[in-house]
Design a protein around this ligand. Sequence first.
Ligand code: NAG
Ligand code: NAG
Ligand code: NAG
Ligand code: NAG
Ligand code: NAG
Ligand code: NAG
Ligand code: NAG
Length: 657
Amino acid sequence: MSQRYQRFRSSLHEYGNSASFHGLRFVTDPLANKPRRLIWLCLLTACLAVLVYQIVDRVTHFYSYPVTVNVKVNYNTTLQFPAVTICNQNAFKATLSATLSRYRLIEEMYTEPETFNQDRLREFSAENISLADLYLESAHRKEDFIFRSVWKGHPVADSDIHELVTDHGVCYTFKNTGLDGFVTSPGVENGLRLTLNIEQYEYMPGPHDAAGIKMLLHDRDEIPRVHALGQAIPPGAHVFVGVKIVEVTNLPLPHGSCLDKTLEYSDVYTTEACQLDCLTRRAGQICGCRSLFMPQKNGYPPICTLDAFYGCLQNVLESFPAESADLCDCPVPCYFRLYETDISYASTSAYTLNKLLGEDDKNNLTEKLLRASEVTSRYELNKFSKIQKLNDRLKRNMNELREKVTVNLKETVSSAIVAVNDRYQDIEEHYNWKEYLYRYQAYIMEKNFMRPRDAYEERTFHIVALGYAEYIMKIESRIRRLANGNIVDASSRQVLFDDTLDLLSSRRKIVETALVNFTTLIEAYDTGIQIFNYKFFSTPRSHNIPAAPKPLIKESRVHNSYAKKYGKRFGTYLNRTINILNFCQSVVDEAFYNKTLDEGNMTECRETFRFLMRNWVFARSVFYFETIDWPLKQIEERLKNFDILWNELKQFMRIST
Ligand SMILES: *[C@@H]1O[C@H](CO)[C@@H](O)[C@H](O)[C@H]1NC(C)=O
Ligand SMILES: *[C@@H]1O[C@H](CO)[C@@H](O)[C@H](O)[C@H]1NC(C)=O
Ligand SMILES: *[C@@H]1O[C@H](CO)[C@@H](O)[C@H](O)[C@H]1NC(C)=O
Ligand SMILES: *[C@@H]1O[C@H](CO)[C@@H](O)[C@H](O)[C@H]1NC(C)=O
Ligand SMILES: *[C@@H]1O[C@H](CO)[C@@H](O)[C@H](O)[C@H]1NC(C)=O
Ligand SMILES: *[C@@H]1O[C@H](CO)[C@@H](O)[C@H](O)[C@H]1NC(C)=O
Ligand SMILES: *[C@@H]1O[C@H](CO)[C@@H](O)[C@H](O)[C@H]1NC(C)=O
């Protein structure tokens, strides 16, 4: 037992010596005295207990999932609508400035800022005008500028739009402080809608060159620094503004650097307010007055006059940005809200414009526009004087021109009238003469050329081919009767023979006369010399020949191939008819004397006669149409055209005189 104990003790001692467990050596050392070992044992046990406690504690902590950064998305369904400040880019209204006799002053202040100084100010006797008067009295009026404003579908109360002077000039701020000033859902219908009339026709020189507006969304208590932070919106745009609200809460010292200082001129601490406070204090110290946009406390510092502005405040404002870091201590505020805007543009449609502007509005606007244009163009010195010069010159030139033109025109017109009247009388005489001539010529044609044709036709021509088919058959039957010898009685044969010869010769006589008459007719047309000699009213007969339209009559013989061809054939067929009638007579002789009939000769007589007559009838009608009647038709046509022209001329003269 003791041997085993001995062995245990020695191995314990050995373990205590070689283990890295610090201090265990002193507990297991058999040579050390008991109280010392006991103290060591107590110490070790206590340390072990602490160790176990700490391990348990850490493990428990680990399983409690601790975090050091806490990001929490807070969905807020009711958000406070920010204050909306809008400023016209144009600070001064032309008509108001003109009424206050400040147009030239403002123009010079802002178009020649380098050279404008207190001396120039005195020349305008404007040194005692305060900045407040200058800006407020000629700013765009709320009722003109904010044409229409709708908050959640209802017109905005007048009390919700406040006039406010900012670093950008006179602006208007929409602030709905009532219960209604919260929005619960997005969309144009649930927010603010503004229709603005920037009154561009009222624009004049001023601190800003742009057209349109500047807009800033900001917290209700904040002083808006529109000039520095605002967003520019061009005219004619339909702008949608989305808003995102960012709330920032900073940690104060010693963790962060945020600090809400108390300010002298403002109740709410923001960095902007601090800067402005600092600037105001400096302006008050140096100049004893402030600019319009700076805050005040109990009326101090007062607003500068223009004299003080140019003498002092201008320098302060110019040097302030560089000095502000040294002069002002503006820590980050511990809590502030940012309104991040998300702007999209569309152009305003003409239809919407028309819809927006009622008839009344339009009339009122037109009136304002006219007044403003009149003022601005009156005051735009360069343009005005240039236009005036141009106008004078134009007037002078116009007068000269008018004199010249009037004199010249009068002369020209009166001489033209005289000339036209003379000419008209000439023409009228000519016309009357010409018309008389036409009628005279038509008369000559009718009476002295065509009337003979009618006479020949009546007496000879119409008999030439009269019943030519029966006529030649009658001849033929007689020839046959003479030839076949059936008629025994000599005297009857003789009578038949004589009868037949009479028949032939009378027709031949007619044809011969026709040929003579035709020759007369065609000669008259070939020479243009009349056949008859009728008298036209009181015109002497001797005038008939010179007055006849000879070239026209001559032309009628050759004016086309029908006239040429059938004019000739008329005579040729008659000539050949005479010959064939003679031939037929020889056939008759043979039948009577020799009682023979050659069928070939008989056919020749009959067919040739028929052929000639048929063709002559056709040739006659063509000849009448193309040659005999043609000149009169031409004259009538000419007379008709002439009359038309004449009537047109007469009408024209009636209109022009
Ligand atoms: C929502 O925001 C308003 C301020 O805009 C605040 O008063 C309100 O406590 C917020 N609600 C929640 C649930 O955060
Ligand atoms: C401006 O005020 C000063 C001091 O009151 C006065 O002497 C001066 O005549 C005034 N000038 C004009 C143009 O009113
Ligand atoms: C237009 O002008 C007249 C008088 O100037 C005024 O009575 C009327 O209310 C105006 N109309 C609108 C729509 O402003
Ligand atoms: C036709 O000619 C014949 C013979 O020359 C003549 O006698 C007769 O008068 C003429 N006919 C007319 C109508 O002139
Ligand atoms: C008719 O014929 C004869 C001979 O054939 C001729 O001499 C005469 O000139 C002709 N007459 C006409 C009008 O053709
Ligand atoms: C009739 O015909 C014959 C033969 O064909 C001829 O010899 C004779 O001369 C003709 N008679 C006449 C009058 O032409
Ligand atoms: C009739 O016949 C004879 C001979 O037969 C001839 O000589 C004569 O010329 C003829 N007469 C006629 C008119 O043909």
